[in-house]
Design a protein around this ligand. Sequence first.
Ligand code: 3HC
Ligand code: NAI
Length: 698
Amino acid sequence: MSDKVAYSRHGDIAVLRIQNPPVNALSQDVRAGLLQTLMQAEADEGVKAVVIVGEGRAFIAGADIKEFGKQPLEPYLPDVCNRIEALPLIVVASMHGVSLGGGLEIALSAHYRVAQPSARVGLPEVHLGLIPGATGTQRLPRLTGTEKAIDVITTGRQVKAAEALELGIIDKVSEGDPEAVGLAYAQDLLDSGAARRPVSELDPPAAIDWDATYEAVLKKGRGQISPAEAVRAVQAAAELPFDEGVKAERKIFMDLMQTDQRQGMIHAFFSERAVGNLPELKGVEPRTLQSIGVIGGGTMGAGIATACLLAEMNVVLIEMSDEAAKAAKERIAGNLAGALKRGKISQEKHDNLLTIALEVSQSYDSLKDVDLVIEAVFEEMSVKKEVFGKLDAVCKPGCVLASNTSYLDVDEIAASTTRPEDVIGLHFFSPAHVMKLLEVVVADKTAIDVVATGFALGKALGKICVRAGVCDGFIGNRILAVYRDAAGHMVLDGASPFQIDKALVDFGFAMGPFAVSDLAGLDIGWATRKRKAPHRHPEERVPTYIDRLCEQGHFGQKTGEGYYVYEKGKRGGTPNPKIMELVKAEQQELGITPRDFSDEEIVRRYMCAMVNEAAKVVGEGIAKRPLDVDMVLLFGYGFPRYWGGPMKWADIQGLPNILADIEGYAKEDAWFWQPAPLLKQLVAEGRTFDDLNKDASK
Ligand code: 3HC
Ligand code: NAI
């Protein structure tokens, strides 16, 4: 007998209480428990109605994702759902917290649904590379109509109770203890003589232009297949009898279960949750975090200040001059106006944040009471050292001193203070109040509770925090520099930047590397190339054709011309014809005969460069686990979520294949393509990156 579903009797009504913390996932024992208690209710003399309710913080969060990829175990969820609907008693689902995926499918199989005002429902299976696989695509459209169902299923969004009522997903909203609410509703139904109301017996949804909808959804998903496949499942609901539709849904679900995309998405789901769980932080108390200092109110400082204000922290921002202070305040005001416009904050809160919670000052003395300071001044070691010297003099003991540097050595910055144990890197991404990633850069002497405080700040700001060690560029920018170089080499050898961008967008990246350079500003890369020129290895290949464009004052989007030409008021640009002329000139100068590249080769080389450097980053301990790299690329660099991240992608391709390709490329350029020792070791041992993730979680 399963103890995951408790049975109790209240007069004529039986209550089935699911108790599988933390979120009542529908593991095998829950499914078995539901079947047993349904039979018990049917056999229990005098029971006229059944209420299904969840214990704890949610009704049911869905199927147990940990069971995916393994042999399915009976009883299967669609059978449990159909058994609920077939019960000859009235069945009520009383929903609180979330009812997601299989959780909503259970509720849709009940005859009536009541939910708390704060409840949310949804079918988020597409975020796992799947479609609803337990009759959701067949029942939901019978309640909401085709178009609304397609919206809910293909976006996977969570629908609040009020909207769910409007859409017909639930029948009633009522506040109170979920069991009491369910019992009262069931009693009302019995008293009014209501009949059972199986959703499967409602009219099928209307037909639409299925092929056009499929194509539109596929395009929107940038290569993700499951949302488009969900359209086909809804089509089956419209065109086939219910039982046949359920079979069609199940087939699509099982086929998607075998895909790489499902593996990638589920890896992303669990990694997103594992990334902040560092064994070294267990039981370590973070320091207080009520007031934050920010030094520099430029692009990053203003974004960081905005993020802290939105998280209800007081912010003291230091700038150098009246003019810079005014500009910083305007930037923050602009960011907050955006939050107000999007309904994230009320007018009152907006006003309070700007006038009460924020102080802009030119005196470092204003920082004497803050708990943590984030420095975001110019990327110059001498400037950073001067700022940290001042902070050291003015900040209270125990104040955390953080730098938002992109590349500079945090150990060296820490050494410029008398308290290196309080110094840490907090590397935000631009725009800092929007981007989800935060690299927490741990220097040699950083105290463990300072690391915990970095993670606590990130969590309060709603960020995905990844621990990184000190090196040039930490995790993300270090790896970016290498795969960006691989793209540059391909241009010299004959692929156009436009073909490369397109191939990578087709692979699933949000943008190609050359469009990204135009967006970030070509002057940044130009300055880096000049800075690095004296230290270059003689065998290093560095394209210089783009410097010619920079010399003419063209820096990408902000000047209207870069790899692409940008017309005012238009989104995106068109290929700049000058680029291929400049490339040709450089090829001639270097004696290179350009060759053709297939899109497949472009993606392979780009990805191999990324994976190889990532393996070095993990091998050197800069990232603790492969999953840390995956989350950095996913949340900071537009990597397609359905591949799970570069390390997961590499595992799926097979590490021996990746190594063989890298060794092949090394025949042309042995300096650039030096295989990572960790990659070689894993191949020799027949292990994967994911094995290292598993080792780390033991
Ligand atoms: N299966 C297994 N474990 C789950 C789970 C699930 N469906 N949902 C959440 N968990 C686990 C998490 O991994 C986490 O475990 P941890 O503590 O060991 O890290 C724990 O429950 C708590 O989850 P969160 O940290 O995410 O807690 P939150 O309160 O922030 O969020 C949630 C709760 C909104 C339920 C969120 O976890 C979520 O979105 N879960 C996934 C929901 C989902 O995708 N459901 C569909 C499943 S597929 C399906 O049902 C197929 C069917 O159609 C056949
Ligand atoms: P920015 O040039 O937009 O802003 C720097 C600001 O610091 C200016 O407003 C300047 O007036 C102020 N400033 C300079 N010295 C100061 C001092 N001594 N005291 C007080 N204020 C001072 O630069 P941005 O882009 O915001 O970068 C800041 C830091 O963040 C750099 O270290 C950069 O590498 C890093 N970073 C930048 C990212 C980006 O995308 N721009 C992303 C992540 C990190």
